[in-house]
Design a protein around this ligand. Structure first.
Ligand code: MG
Length: 261
């Protein structure tokens, strides 16, 4: 694999969890990589499916970890969901979201009983039969389901953990209805991130640890995908996948050597 594979890069979309940090620890070398690519004039965006934190909490977390990031460089799936719901006229929404994220959704018209839309994000241990069944019941009465993402699993300090994709898929199966997917790997989400850079697809790479959401999503709009072997990366899952990243590196700290800048 030649290093020219990553030539002409003018913009980088960084996934957060598993690429720049895991839990409370930054990935070794990650802070310097972000600093260095910025100093070369490369446009950086931080694109995440994380649905537990509001934009300001997300920025605070990055700053606390040592990353210099502006709020307008962060593109999160909950934020995209909010923009979408605001674009619909006067709809009612049930928010199945973590409390911190809910603070970004105050302007929406909320209703738990048979709303127009039900928005699902990560609520940690709060899933229960009762909750799933009440969502299912609304779906059978005409509510539509929006999933912030459908990730299968994610990497925590304790190892891989079940993500909300399992619950969303279960609800789809039971109701016979498909959820609308907002975050990665949806095309609309990647287009929003790309448009914010003002660059063309050939000039932008996506660096992620999720071969489906990060790499598959990016490639579908013509970006090059760089998979890191940190975070949720698992060798056997990678080898079974039909998605082929343009580049696979041990960690984001190896990115600089692979960029011809
Ligand atoms: Mg990740």
């Amino acid at each position: 694999m030649g290093k020219n594979r990553l030539s002409g890069v003018k913009g980088i979309l960084f996934d957060l969890d598993g690429v720049l940090f895991v839990g409370k620890d930054p990935i070794e070398g990650a802070i310097n990589v972000v600093k260095s690519v910025r100093s070369k004039g490369i446009v950086c965006r931080f694109v995440t499916n994380t649905s537990t934190l509001s934009i300001s909490s997300l920025q605070n977390k990055l700053m606390d970890l040592g990353f210099e990031v502006n709020e307008n460089e962060i593109i999160s799936a909950p934020q995209a969901a909010l923009l979408y719901l605001k674009s619909l006229n006067n709809v009612t929404v049930r928010l199945v979201l973590a409390d911190d994220v809910k603070t970004d959704f105050h302007s929406l018209n909320q209703r738990d009983d048979n709303p127009d839309y039900i928005l699902i994000g990560d609520i940690g241990k709060n899933w229960s039969y009762e909750l799933l069944n009440s969502i299912f019941s609304s779906l059978t009465h005409g509510s539509r389901l929006i999933a912030i993402h459908k990730n299968r699993f994610w990497q925590t300090e304790q190892g891989l953990q079940l993500d909300i994709g399992a619950f969303v898929t279960g609800l789809e199966y039971a109701s016979g209805l498909d959820a609308m997917l907002i975050g990665k790997p949806s095309e609309a989400f990647f287009k929003m991130a790309l448009n914010s850079t003002g660059l063309s697809p050939e000039e932008v790479i996506m660096v992620g640890d999720d071969i489906d959401s990060d790499i598959g999503g990016a490639q579908q709009i013509g970006l090059r995908g760089v998979l890191v072997r940190t975070g949720k990366f698992r060798k056997d899952y990678f080898e079974r996948s039909s998605i082929k990243p343009e580049r696979v590196i041990d960690s984001v700290s190896d990115l600089l050597e692979d960029l011809s800048i």
